[in-house]
Design a protein around this ligand. Structure first.
Ligand SMILES: *[C@@H]1O[C@H](CO)[C@@H](O)[C@H](O)[C@H]1NC(C)=O
Ligand SMILES: CC(=O)N[C@H]1CO[C@H](CO)[C@@H](O)[C@@H]1O
Length: 334
């Protein structure tokens, strides 16, 4: 049987088509496909699928370029119930058309299964959108950033291109492109593994903790997680919304290896600000116990987002004491 061919452009490569090709190769029909890197239309014509070159987006013809002037698609424009409005790159396009199928195979669940759908959305939001935005030159925020991140996947893939003073042959570039695809594939598979096997199962744990919040404290603002290290933040925001109690939870207590922690719920996902930071910032041990009036305190972080006590009740006491200065009308107060 003649192996299938995936076409993409030659010359300098970027993360989006490396990931697009890697994603296609996760599908059974393209698992043994060859990559043909060229801008020659006659050669591209011989390919079973073409990404990031050719100036055509037509899924029915397996053509996935996003460079043509007419192309303005986003996840939202292609499916109205998706909220994301960043212009797609070739990675986003392939993910839109084949992502659910790829995830269904990897997660061994039907594509329509709630878990597959949850992970599909999550991986777009936490991973693919970044590749789309960087490829299309969409800044992360308005104004000047105070530093640059040069270790993201897009930078690392870019760094695999042959350097100006290295071998400049098409063969050398193709070899490097194989490494770029491998890097992108590894990152994608890591994300799938994390979100389906660690992140998703944590949701039930967080839900249970939220349901039992009044058993922890009568304010209903403190939850207790049975385990440390379990990803709770985004689940907490989602479940608050499901239950119609947005903004109500302020502290999370959980065990660390030998002691207990009290941690603030951030103002929003990824924010460094909290709904109500702990007082006694930067204090430790005796001084902290004196100031808080709670025995056995170990520390409060300088930014006030986390503190520790040697007992569970101590950590709970710290959360309760901190709540005394909390006012729901002033949630941006740190
Ligand atoms: C890309 O391929 C075209 C034809 O396939 C060739 O003419 C051109 O020199 C190549 N460019 C680079 C940078 O390799
Ligand atoms: C309030 C409270 O229970 N604090 C505890 C913090 O940890 C120390 C050490 O175990 C306990 O002695 C405190 O009672």
């Amino acid at each position: 049987m003649v192996p299938k061919k995936i076409g993409t452009h030659n010359g300098t490569f970027h993360c989006d088509e490396a990931l697009a090709c890697a994603l296609l190769k996760l599908l059974p029909e393209y698992s043994t496909a060859e990559i043909l890197r060229t801008r020659d239309p006659a050669l591209l014509e011989t390919c079973d699928v073409v990404v990031d070159v050719g100036a055509v987006y037509d899924a029915s013809k397996f053509r996935f370029d996003h460079h043509q002037k007419t192309f303005q698609e986003t996840m939202h424009s292609l499916r109205a119930d998706f909220p994301w409005e960043i212009k797609l790159s070739s990675a986003g396009l392939i993910y839109f058309h084949y992502g659910e199928k790829i995830l269904a195979d990897l997660m061994k669940r039907p594509a329509e299964h709630r878990d597959t759908q949850t992970v599909y959305r999550k991986i777009y939001e936490e991973f693919i959108i970044e590749i789309d935005a960087i490829d299309n030159g969409v800044n992360m925020c308005d104004g000047d950033t105070r530093y640059r991140i040069n270790t993201g996947l897009s930078s690392r893939v870019g760094g695999l291109n042959p350097k100006w003073n290295e071998e400049q042959t098409p063969a050398a570039a193709d070899r490097q492109f194989q490494l770029a695809m491998k890097l992108a594939e590894t990152e994608f598979l890591d994300k799938v593994n994390y979100y389906s096997n660690a992140w998703l199962p944590a949701k039930e744990l967080v839900r249970e903790a939220i349901n039992k919040r009044y058993e922890v404290d009568k304010s209903g603002r403190i939850i207790e997680l049975p385990q440390t290290g379990c990803p709770w933040k985004d689940h907490l925001f989602d479940i608050e919304e499901e239950l119609g109690i947005q903004g109500e939870l302020i502290y999370v207590i959980h065990t660390d290896t030998k002691s207990y922690r009290v941690q603030c719920v951030p103002l929003k996902l990824g924010a460094f600000d909290n709904r109500h930071s702990l007082p006694w910032r930067g204090l430790r041990d005796d001084e902290l116990c004196r100031e808080s009036g709670i025995p056995g305190c170990i520390f409060v972080h300088a930014s006030g987002f986390i503190g520790g006590n040697q007992t569970r009740d101590g950590a709970l006491e710290m959360a309760r004491a901190a709540l005394k200065t909390y006012s729901p009308d002033n949630v941006s107060e740190k």
